[in-house]
Write a protein of this length. Structure first.
Length: 443
């Protein structure tokens, strides 16, 4: 069987306007949060990605009725028939975000039986912070190999101090706390824009949540949460990836829905490179006119509002052909520099020391056969291929399909010479019905 792959050829300056979709890092936990309700909820601006299909499969396995209108990007979820608290291992292992059903299941049933989650190989990403928090709330955790079971006759409100502002732990503990009697205080939480979007939908459900500066959530448990309608926030990471694709080719782009309010550090670095960035009214919308002589910039990834780790790989690709030397520190995930070896095969001059990458800009990258190892690495290699002389062949396409809705097609619309074979990115050659069936099979 021939593995799916993408072909990227040296492309002209990309130009145009692109409509964004909902944020992958928000929609998955939002879908999981619907397990806290008993009824029919309606989500809009839902991206079509493999991870969304996986989360749909998970909820269906628990008994929820889910309808995904891929033409309108809407999701209808009826949780009245959810009667299970056990998730099959084959579903858990397909994505990291599957662990986010643990909090809702504990809150709803007092029990959650899961396997260790899967996803990208970008670091250990232990769920210790999740488990320690649940134990502080009174849950008993039992592990056997790769399986774990959490049980609590009744979770109790308490004070939880997170050792690290983990996004997943913040979300999981927050969801569990919404239906826990009393007041739960979670200290040193993550306050990424996607977490704030989760807080917004939980408040729509009837949850009582207060954010106390600098990073504490005060959650007063309620007896019941109710079905909601909610539009998922636009994806700042898709926006950043598209801005970098245009920057690396020296073009122009307009993203009318880009959440500039959530992208400040990233946009600052683009300006430091010499690119002209304009921000729309109320910090919504971003347009970029790329410089033809980009300057190298250094940065360090950090929890929000720092530079996002999910844009480190694409930004590093842009530094490969910038003038000067950039120093990049990855402080969030220990294995998130593995894409560098693939960029080196394309002629990039990069020195790696543990979590530090020193990038010495070169005039030209060269097409090569490369392998994507995670979602953001796949984007970085595509971007490098746009600027490289010759042809780049990238395998590991499934990673791109997990995190982006038809990114190659959007790049084509901007003028990119990018081609794909089979898989989700061939959707425009299929009927919508066939696309839906194929996506369900992949789930």
């Amino acid at each position: 069987m021939i593995e799916d792959y993408i072909i990227v050829k040296h492309s002209p300056r990309l130009q145009g306007t692109v409509e964004l979709v909902g944020a992958k890092n928000a929609v998955l936990v939002i879908i999981a949060s619907l397990l806290l309700t008993d009824g029919k909820s309606f989500l809009s601006n839902v991206p079509i990605s493999d991870d969304v299909w996986q989360m749909i499969a998970l909820l269906r396995d628990l008994g929820a009725e889910v309808t995904f209108d891929i033409e309108r990007h809407t999701l209808e979820v009826d949780t009245r028939f959810v009667a299970k608290y056990s998730v099959r291992a084959e579903i858990m292992k397909k994505m990291r975000a599957s662990v986010l059903v643990m909090g809702p299941l504990l809150a709803r049933f007092g029990r959650a039986d899961i396997a260790m989650p899967g996803g990208c190989v970008i670091g250990a990403r232990p769920i210790d912070y999740h488990l320690a928090g649940f134990q502080k709330m009174g849950a008993e955790i039992a592990t056997e190999g790769e399986y774990l079971s959490a049980h609590a006759n009744a979770l109790h409100a308490t004070k939880i101090i997170l050792e690290y502002p983990s996004v997943g732990a913040t979300e999981n503990l927050l969801m569990a706390a919404t239906l826990t009697s009393g007041t739960t205080r979670i200290v040193n939480v993550a306050l990424e824009p996607e977490v704030l979007d989760l807080i917004t939908i939980l408040q729509k459900m009837g949850a009582h949540i207060v954010i106390e500066p600098p990073a504490t959530l005060l959650v007063e448990g309620v007896a019941q949460l109710y079905p909601v309608e909610h539009a998922v926030m636009y994806d700042r990471l898709e926006a950043g990836s598209l801005l970098l694709a245009v920057a690396i080719t020296g073009g122009e782009i307009n993203l009318p829905h880009a959440p500039a309010y959530a992208m400040e550090m990233f946009l600052i670095k683009l300006v430091e490179m010499g690119h002209k960035v304009n921000i729309g009214a109320n910090d919504i919308g971003v347009s970029l006119r790329a410089t033809q002589s980009p300057r190298a910039v250094s940065f360090k990834t950090a929890p929000y509002p720092g530079f996002p780790t999910d844009l480190q790989a694409p930004m590093l690709a842009a530094q490969c052909i910038a003038e000067g030397t950039s120093v990049i520190y990855e402080t969030v995930y220990e294995n998130r520099l593995v894409h560098i070896s693939e960029l080196q095969r394309m002629g990039a001059q990069i020195k790696v020391e543990y979590n530090k990458a020193t990038v010495m800009g070169v005039e030209t990258l060269y097409g090569s056969s490369v392998i994507a190892t995670d979602i953001r690495a796949s984007c970085a290699l595509v971007l490098a291929g746009l600027a490289a002389k010759g042809t780049t062949r990238m395998s590991g396409v499934h990673h791109l399909a997990r995190g982006y809705e038809q990114l190659p097609k959007k790049l084509q619309q901007l003028g990119a010479r990018i081609y794909y074979k089979k898989g989700i990115f061939a959707a425009d050659f299929k009927s919508k019905e066939q696309f839906s069936r194929d996506s369900r099979k992949s789930a």
